[in-house]
Design a protein around this ligand. Structure first.
Ligand SMILES: *[C@@H]1O[C@H](CO)[C@@H](O)[C@H](O)[C@H]1NC(C)=O
Ligand SMILES: *[C@@H]1O[C@H](CO)[C@@H](O)[C@H](O)[C@H]1NC(C)=O
Ligand SMILES: *[C@@H]1O[C@H](CO)[C@@H](O)[C@H](O)[C@H]1NC(C)=O
Ligand SMILES: *[C@@H]1O[C@H](CO)[C@@H](O)[C@H](O)[C@H]1NC(C)=O
Ligand SMILES: *[C@@H]1O[C@H](CO)[C@@H](O)[C@H](O)[C@H]1NC(C)=O
Ligand SMILES: *[C@@H]1O[C@H](CO)[C@@H](O)[C@H](O)[C@H]1NC(C)=O
Length: 416
C-alpha cells in the first residue's frame, strides 16, 4: 500500500505543509512595507503586479522605450502647448559625442561639451552642481529604484541617513513598491530620464507622471542622463517646474567595464574625493558626488565608503535639504526639513501635521513600528541573520521530511 506511513509522519507532514503556506503567505508583495521586509535579493527582483500602476500602463509610452506624447494624451498635449512658446527653437538637438563643428564658446551651455552649469539663456536658473552649505555633501544616488535595494535602504535607515534618489520612470513602473519605500523612509525623490531622446518633453513629463502614479508625489528636481543637458532641455525642465541637479565629482561606479574602468578605479575615485574633502576644499561650499543605486556593486561601495564620507564632511544631507527646499514635491502635504533642522537631528518633518521625528543621528534606529506586514508582527523586528537562520532551519526540515517520505514511498511501492 502506498499511503501506509506511520500516523506521526503524516501528521508531521501536514504541520509542515501548513507552516509552509503560512510562511509563504507572509511574504507580502502588495504593499510598500511588505516589499521592504524581503531580505532575499532574488525574491525582491522577482516581478510582481501592482494594479494601480499596471492598470495605467496603457496611458504611458512603452517602458524602456524612447517616449513621445501619446496621440490621445490631452493632458500632455495641453502642457506642451502651454510651454512650447518658451522653448528656444534656435538650439539644435544634440548628438554624442560633441561634433568638432560645435563652437568653442559653448553657446548652448552644453554640459557634455564643457561641464557648463550656468545657462546662457538669462531666463534660466543655474543648475545645482554643489551643495551650497559649507562642508556638506549633497548625498544622492542615480538610476533607482533597484529592485534589490533593501539591504542598502536598511543600511541608510540604520544610520538615520536620508538621501536624494534620482529615479528612472521605467524602473518605477517595474518596481513601484520599491519607489514608495524611498518616500516612506524620508528620502527625497527626483526624476532621471533614461535617454536624451529626441523628445525631452515627453521623457520628462512621463517620468514625472509615473512617479506621481506610483509614489503619490510629483518631483520638482531632475537629473539628465549622462549629464547631457543644454539650454533647450533646461528650458523644458524649467517650464515643467524641475530644478536641474548636476555634480562636480564622479565615482564612475556605474561605468565599470573591467577594462578602462575597473572596481579599483571606483575605489580610487572615492579615495581621491575623500582626500580632497579632507584637505578642506569644501570648507566654504559643499559638494555633490555622482554615485548610483544601480546594482550590488554600486550600493556596496556606497555602504563601504559611508563612514569615511561622514568623517570628512560635517554634514551628509539630501540635496534639497542643502537648499532649504522644504517643499520638494508639487503636492504640498509633504515637506523636507530645513538644513538647520536636519543637522540638529530632525531628519524628517513630513507629512504635515505630525510631530517632527527627532532622532539622534548616531544612534541606529530599529525599523519603524508602523511596519504592518504579517512577518514583522508575528516575529518582532527580526534581523536579517535571524530570518536567514529561521528560513534555513525550516527548509532543511522540509528537505529532510521529503527524503523520509520518499523512502517510505519507495518502500511502499517496491518492497511491501
Ligand atoms: C577646513 O576646516 C577644517 C575644520 O574646521 C580645518 O581644520 C581646516 O584647516 C580647514 N581647511 C581649509 C583649507 O580651510
Ligand atoms: C539591481 O541590482 C541587482 C544586483 O546587482 C541586479 O542584478 C539587477 O539587475 C538590478 N536591477 C535593477 C532593476 O536595477
Ligand atoms: C550585495 O549582495 C550580497 C549577496 O547577495 C548581500 O549580502 C549584500 O547585502 C548586498 N549588498 C547590498 C548593499 O545590497
Ligand atoms: C538655509 O537656511 C539657513 C538658516 O535658516 C541659512 O543660514 C542658509 O544660508 C540657507 N541656505 C540656503 C542654501 O538657502
Ligand atoms: C505643508 O507644509 C508646507 C511647508 O511647511 C506648506 O507650505 C504647505 O502649505 C502645507 N500643506 C498643507 C496641505 O497643509
Ligand atoms: C498627499 O496628498 C495626495 C493627494 O493630493 C495623496 O494621494 C497622498 O496620499 C498624500 N500624502 C500624504 C503623505 O499625506
Amino acid at each position: 500500500m502506498v499511503f501506509s506511513f506511520p500516523f506521526g509522519t503524516q501528521l508531521g507532514l501536514l504541520v509542515l505543509l501548513l507552516a509552509h503556506s503560512v510562511i509563504a503567505a507572509t511574504v507580502d508583495r502588495t504593499s510598500e512595507q511588505g516589499e521592504a521586509a524581503i531580505v532575499d535579493p532574488t525574491q525582491e527582483c522577482t516581478p510582481y503586479n501592482y494594479a494601480p500602476v499596471t492598470n495605467q500602463l496603457p496611458s504611458f509610452p512603452q517602458v524602456w522605450e524612447s517616449a513621445s506624447i501619446l496621440p490621445d494624451d490631452s493632458a500632455a498635449l495641453a502642457m506642451w502647448n502651454s510651454i512650447s512658446a518658451n522653448i528656444p527653437t534656435n538650439i539644435a538637438k544634440k548628438t554624442q559625442p560633441p561634433p568638432s563643428s560645435y563652437p568653442s564658446d559653448d553657446p548652448d551651455c552644453w554640459w557634455t561639451y564643457g561641464q557648463c552649469v550656468t545657462p546662457k539663456l538669462s531666463s534660466l536658473p543655474p543648475d545645482i552642481a554643489a551643495a551650497p552649505e559649507p562642508s556638506t555633501l549633497g548625498y544622492g544616488f542615480d538610476d533607482g529604484p533597484n529592485c534589490s535595494h533593501n539591504a542598502f535602504y536598511d543600511f541608510l535607515q540604520s544610520q538615520n541617513q536620508k538621501a536624494t534618489f534620482y529615479f528612472i520612470g521605467s524602473n518605477v513602473a517595474d518596481f513601484p513598491l520599491e519607489a514608495q519605500r524611498a518616500l516612506a523612509d524620508g528620502h527625497e525623490i527626483c526624476a532621471l530620464t533614461t535617454f536624451a531622446s529626441e523628445d525631452a518633453f515627453a521623457e520628462l513629463w512621463y517620468s514625472m507622471q509615473m512617479i506621481k502614479l506610483a509614489v503619490g508625489v510629483t518631483p520638482t528636481c531632475w537629473r539628465p542622463p549622462y549629464g547631457d543637458v543644454d539650454d533647450r532641455i533646461r528650458a523644458i525642465a524649467h517650464a515643467l517646474g524641475l530644478q536641474t541637479i548636476m555634480w562636480e565629482y564622479d565615482t564612475a561606479d556605474a561605468s565599470v567595464d573591467g577594462m578602462t574602468i575597473t572596481d579599483q578605479t571606483v575605489v580610487n575615485n572615492y579615495n581621491d574625493f575623500i582626500q580632497k574633502a579632507g584637505s578642506g576644499i569644501f570648507n566654504l561650499t559643499g559638494a555633490i558626488l555622482l554615485t548610483h543605486e544601480l546594482n550590488n556593486f554600486t550600493m556596496s561601495e556606497a555602504v563601504a565608503f559611508y563612514p569615511q564620507l561622514k568623517n570628512v564632511f560635517q554634514h551628509l544631507v539630501p540635496v534639497g535639504v542643502s537648499l532649504n527646499k522644504t517643499q520638494p514635491y508639487v503636492e504640498t502635504n509633504y515637506s523636507l526639513p530645513t538644513f538647520a533642522q536636519y543637522i540638529s537631528g530632525t531628519s524628517r518633518v513630513s507629512p504635515n501635521n505630525t510631530t517632527p521625528v527627532v532622532q539622534s543621528s548616531t544612534t541606529p534606529t530599529s525599523p519603524s513600528p508602523s511596519v504592518s506586514s504579517t512577518f514583522s508582527s508575528s516575529i518582532s523586528y527580526p534581523t536579517n541573520t535571524a530570518i536567514r537562520r529561521l528560513s534555513c532551519g525550516y527548509h532543511s526540515l522540509l528537505l529532510a521530511t521529503f527524503f523520509v517520505s520518499l523512502s517510505f514511498c519507495l518502500q511502499a511501492l517496491f518492497i511491501d
